[in-house]
Structures are given as structure tokens and as C-alpha cells.
Design a protein around this ligand. Structure first.
Ligand SMILES: O=C(O)CCC(=O)C(=O)O
Ligand SMILES: [Fe+2]
Length: 299
């Protein structure tokens, strides 16, 4: 299929043309298969992410999907035919560790294949946060553009998010979207990227408007039809969002974080059985709107 004939990428109310505003994520799985970690590190540095098709064996992702769908069904979230029920409820199983830390999920996020990848990528023993962001996004649901640093940035800066597709995630089912070059934007890194939501009360969502990201900030977007087991790996300062799920099927994904075991952790995300502190623990903290902050930053 040529770029000329592709239907535009729908991102909420906005539409973006392939090859102009939105591009296909480049698949780095051949570099993983050949064990070329030097090239993987170089590509992550260059592009601001690694997209790895089939990082998790598909069978593991399918088991994880069945596990999550059954949990949703038990909570009244599914119709008989497997589509989202009329309540249209989004499920975030973050502290529900009976679901998010079940063997069906950990086989992906804490599997030998995953740890072995990060050990080779980072060059030492690695650990992952206890908090795992297992999400089942209902229709309309998405997350705005942000750097993960503002949420999970304490401790070593040398850590990586891995967003794993559990369900099939075609373009209309709310795939993750990268803002290309945002990892090199010194102005954004020095302003928005220097905030910590729990220290500064700065609105952690940089933009909920993809047109602002493309037309005003000048970033191109990149995304893909994610299949079960595909992952995106990116550093703390690489802007991303998810597109709204326009379908009547849950978009199921999990995002987890990895770092060298020898480096300092972010204590907010470690604790037994869902007892970690997390973000927004101080309920009295006043959040300054991002529009106000952008003015202060001259953005
Ligand atoms: O899945 C989403 O909607 C957002 C994921 C995300 O922000 C992340 O993986 O860091
Ligand atoms: Fe994120």
C-alpha cells in the first residue's frame, strides 16, 4: 500500500496524513534477533524509542489478554460477544495486584526474555518497578502527550519504559503514538521536562491536543498497528501519548519500567502488594494548569 492511498490516521477529532504528519514506527526486531545491542543503543539514542515487533512470544500476550478479559468480564465490563459493555468503563489494574501481578502478566513483563534483553541492553543486573500500569482502555479513553520523567523521574535517569501490547491494537483501537524528535528538544526538556508532579504540582500532561503537538510544536508523529507482544521502549524524556480508542473492543496494554539494579530507584513505585505510594499522594497539592506553565516557560 502506498502512502497516497492510506486513509488518514484519526487521533480523536484530528486527522493526520501518512508520510506528512504521521509515520510508521521502524521495527527494530531484526537487531534483537541478531543480538546487535550496539545498534539498538544507537538507534534508541537517534530515534528516541525502539519499536520491537514480537518482543514477547505471541502466545504469552494471548494468555495475558485472556486473563485480563476474564477479570473484566467478572466485573461486568464485557458483553456476551466480547465487546465493551454499555457502562464503557476503563480499567486500570495498577494496585489490583491479583490481576496485574498474576503469572499470566509477569510471564511477559518479568519473563526471562525481558530481563535478558535489559541485562544486555544496560550491561548489568536489572530491576523493574513494583508498580505496573496494566490498562484496559474503553471507548474514547486515551492519555495525553507527556514525558514519563515528570511522573517516574526520581533516582537514576538511566531507565526505560516498555509499553507492551496485550490485545491486538489496530490504529482505531488507541495505539501509542511517539512525538518524533521530542527527545532532543532542549527547550522542552529544560522546562516541562524538569518538573516533578509530586514536587512541583505542575500539570504532568503537556498536551491533550495532537494538533498543537504537530502544528505548533512541529513534531511529526509515529505509530503502528500493534499486535499482541509488540513493544515500544523509550527513555524518560521522549514525548508520547495514546490515541483515543475509537472501537468497541478494549485496548489492553501494560507499561513497565526497567533500570540497572545498582542505580538509585524512584521510591514512589516500590512496595509489596500494591502498597507503593505512587503519584498524587499529597491530595492537598494544587496542580498548576499546563496553559499557565507554558506561558511562564514562554512556550
Ligand atoms: O497506555 C497509555 O495510554 C499510556 C502509556 C504511557 O504513557 C506509557 O507507557 O508511558
Ligand atoms: Fe507515559
Amino acid at each position: 500500500m502506498t502512502t497516497m492511498t492510506r486513509t488518514p490516521f484519526r487521533f480523536g477529532d484530528a486527522q493526520f496524513e501518512w508520510g506528512k504528519d504521521v509515520f510508521d514506527l521502524q521495527d527494530s526486531s531484526p537487531l534483537v534477533q541478531s543480538g546487535d545491542f550496539d545498534s539498538l543503543r544507537a538507534r534508541l539514542e537517534d530515534e528516541g524509542f525502539l519499536f520491537i515487533r514480537g518482543f514477547h512470544p505471541r502466545a504469552l500476550a494471548e494468555k495475558a489478554e485472556a486473563w485480563v478479559l476474564e477479570a473484566i468480564r467478572q466485573r461486568g465490563g464485557l458483553k456476551e460477544d466480547g465487546t465493551i459493555s454499555d457502562k464503557n468503563e476503563t480499567f486500570a489494574f495498577f494496585r489490583d495486584t491479583a490481576i496485574s501481578h498474576a503469572p499470566e502478566i509477569l510471564a511477559m513483563t518479568n519473563g526471562q526474555h525481558t530481563f535478558s534483553f535489559y541485562e544486555q541492553f544496560l550491561g548489568g543486573d536489572v530491576l523493574t518497578f513494583d508498580k505496573r500500569w496494566l490498562r484496559a482502555m474503553a471507548q474514547g479513553g486515551n492519555n495525553g502527550f507527556h514525558y514519563d520523567k515528570v511522573y517516574v523521574g526520581r533516582g537514576t535517569p538511566n531507565k526505560f519504559t516498555m509499553w507492551s501490547a496485550i490485545s491486538d491494537i489496530p490504529l482505531e483501537r488507541g495505539p501509542l503514538v511517539m512525538a518524533l524528535g521530542s527527545h532532543r528538544d532542549e527547550r522542552l526538556k529544560a522546562t516541562y521536562g524538569a518538573t516533578d508532579v509530586d514536587r512541583d504540582g505542575a500539570d504532568p500532561v503537556f498536551s491533550t491536543d495532537p494538533r498543537e503537538i504537530v502544528d505548533y510544536f512541529g513534531f511529526k508523529l509515529a505509530t503502528a498497528h500493534f499486535e499482541p507482544g509488540d513493544v515500544l521502549i523509550f527513555p524518560m524524556l521522549s514525548m508520547h501519548s495514546s490515541a483515543p480508542n475509537l472501537s468497541d473492543h478494549y485496548r489492553i496494554s501494560i507499561d513497565t519500567r526497567y533500570q540497572l539494579a545498582s542505580e538509585e530507584t524512584d521510591p514512589r513505585f516500590f512496595g509489596e502488594n500494591g502498597t507503593w505510594q505512587g503519584n498524587f499522594a499529597d491530595k492537598s497539592m494544587k496542580i498548576t494548569p499546563i496553559a499557565e506553565l507554558k506561558k511562564q516557560w514562554g512556550l
